[in-house]
Structures are given as C-alpha cells and as structure tokens.
Design a protein around this ligand. Structure first.
Ligand code: CO8
Length: 259
C-alpha cells in the first residue's frame, strides 16, 4: 500500500480505524486528504475481516472544514465541470457501519463529514458548527440537509445563517446529532468498542439495517415500511437467522458466520 500523507490507519480486531492527520491545518479537508480517505474506506469496505469503521481526528480538531486556502481561487466553471465536492461524499456509499469519534472542532465540512457517518460519539470539548456563511459561501455537503434532520429546523437555521452559533457536545447530544458524550481521551476507545460489538453481529443483517435506516431519509413512510418488511423476510434466508434464534432457544451464545 502507498504511504499516506494525510491519514493514519490501523485495524483493531474487526474494526478499521482511520485518523485524519493533518495537524498543521486542524485537519482541514484538502483534496488529497479525500482521495486518501476514499481509498482507505474502500479497502476497509472490501476487507471481509473488517466489520465496522471508525473515523476520528485529533483531540484539537476532528476537522476544521474544507481547506479554505485551497478553495479560495476556484471559480464556478471549474466547480461545475469537475463536480467539485462530488467525490467527497463517497463515504455515504460505504456499506459497513461508520462511527465518527469527534474531538475538538467539527466545523463546516468537518461537521458534514461527521454527519455522513452512521453514529457520532463526541468528546465533551467537541464543537459542531457550520461557519460557511462567514466565508461568503454556504454548506456544500449536507449542512443544510442532514443537519436539519439531526437537530431540527430552528437550530439548523440559526447555525447556518449566523455561522457563529455552534453546538457543544452536550447540546449536540441533547438535539440527537450525537449519540453519546465521553471525556476526550475515551471517545476513540468507546467508538471502537461499539464498532467491535457491531462487527461481531451478522454482517449481512447489519448491512440490511443500515440500508433500511438510510431509506427512511429518502422515501415516504409507507415505502420505507415495505422496504423494511422485504428485508425482514429476506433475513430468514440467512444462516445467521437460524443461528441467532437457535442459540436463543438453546440458551447459548450465538456464533454468527456472516452468511
Ligand atoms: N482551511 C485551511 N486552513 C485552516 C482551516 C481551514 N478550514 N482551519 C484552520 N486552518 C489552519 C489555519 O489557517 C492555521 O494555519 P497557519 O498556522 O498556517 O496560519 C492553522 O490551521 C491553525 O488554525 P488557527 O490558527 O486559526 O487556530 P485557532 O485555534 O486560532 O482557531 C478555528 C481555530 C476557530 C477552527 C479557526 O481555524 C477557523 O475558524 N477555521 C476555519 C473554520 C471554517 O470556516 N470552516 C469552514 C470551511 S468551508 C467548508 O468547510 C465548506 C464545506 C465543503 C464541503 C466539505 C465536504 C466534506
């Protein structure tokens, strides 16, 4: 594998851990970082020994947004021709669960990157915000869409329209954007622990659940319920369903084989 410039990666048990590592710029998300991130995520997604992924940054910053210096001279035609940011949302195509372990700044694209993940755990000093308006732009990767669904209209409007109202980890947890808050040095370990727990459950069923929950953001309730019911029926075609229910009936621990 080629050497990575902007990321550190490791595996812990069945969990793939990616650490954004561009300390000089508070993990500002430059194009090179996204090229590497997409490659690493794809490798983890393709690796059957990995069942879930954790993305983290440093204690100071998850990511302070897209790289403003790299973006400042771009023009409309370039953006349109190259579909600027189009590649930056590949994370949402990853089939395995992705947990964001957020410490410090999650601003602009950093907040959007966290929101592209399936679960967010935060350190108690984390800060979530969408300051784009102060740069004369608007959020470009979900800040006006996923944030509304996570925290509601009033908070999302206030955050995006002022660019200055941020959420602390506690506020983000109360609003539902974040599922749990820990002390900063615990966040990654706790995220890995949850990821490991998920990674040892039936992988095809884990994927079905992720698919079904994501459908709830795309389609009306009746269609979502049909989608869920079809997958529920299909789950009975898996060996893991026989194993899971058999183990319960026999009062023993299930041993899932991901089939
Ligand atoms: N881009 C480029 N460089 C940055 C960025 C950034 N977003 N954020 C910080 N840096 C750099 C600083 O320029 C500084 O570099 P240098 O030492 O060479 O001057 C270094 O990181 C340290 O930063 P500060 O000295 O500013 O540190 P402070 O602790 O004083 O302040 C802040 C921390 C408050 C986080 C401050 O750095 C800041 O306001 N950063 C910009 C935050 C921002 O506006 N983010 C939104 C960017 S726009 C965006 O994200 C569009 C989204 C596009 C979609 C992305 C898809 C996922």
């Amino acid at each position: 594998t080629p050497k990575l410039e902007f990321l550190l990666t490791e595996t812990r048990g069945r969990v793939g851990l990616v650490t954004l590592h561009r300390p000089k710029a508070l993990n500002a998300l430059c194009n090179g970082l996204f090229i590497e991130l997409n490659q690493v995520l794809k490798d983890f997604d393709d690796n059957q020994d990995i069942g879930a992924i954790v993305i983290t940054g440093s204690e100071r910053a998850f990511a302070a947004g897209a790289d403003i210096k790299e973006m400042k001279d771009r023009n409309f035609i370039e953006n349109y021709r190259e579909n600027f940011l189009g590649d930056w949302t590949k994370l949402t195509q990853i089939r395995k669960p992705v947990i964001a372990a957020v410490n410090g700044f999650a601003l602009g694209g950093g907040c959007e990157l966290a929101m592209m993940c399936d679960i967010i755990y935060a350190g108690d000093k984390a800060v979530f915000g969408q300051p784009e308006i102060k740069l004369g732009i608007l959020p470009g990767a979900g800040g006006t869409q996923r944030l509304v669904k996570a925290v509601g209209k009033s908070k999302a409007m206030e955050m995006c329209l002022t660019g200055s109202v941020n959420l602390t980890a506690e506020e983000a947890a109360r609003a539902g954007l974040v599922s749990k808050v820990f002390s900063p040095d615990q966040v990654v370990d706790e995220a890995v622990k949850t990821a490991e727990q998920i990674a040892n459950l039936s992988q095809p069923i884990v994927q079905m659940i992720k698919d079904a929950i994501n459908q709830s953001f795309e389609i009306p309730l009746s269609s979502g319920l049909t989608f869920e019911r079809r997958l529920f029926h299909a789950a009975f075609a898996s060996k893991d369903q026989k194993e899971g229910m058999g183990a319960f009936a026999e009062k023993r621990k299930a041993n899932f084989t991901h089939n």
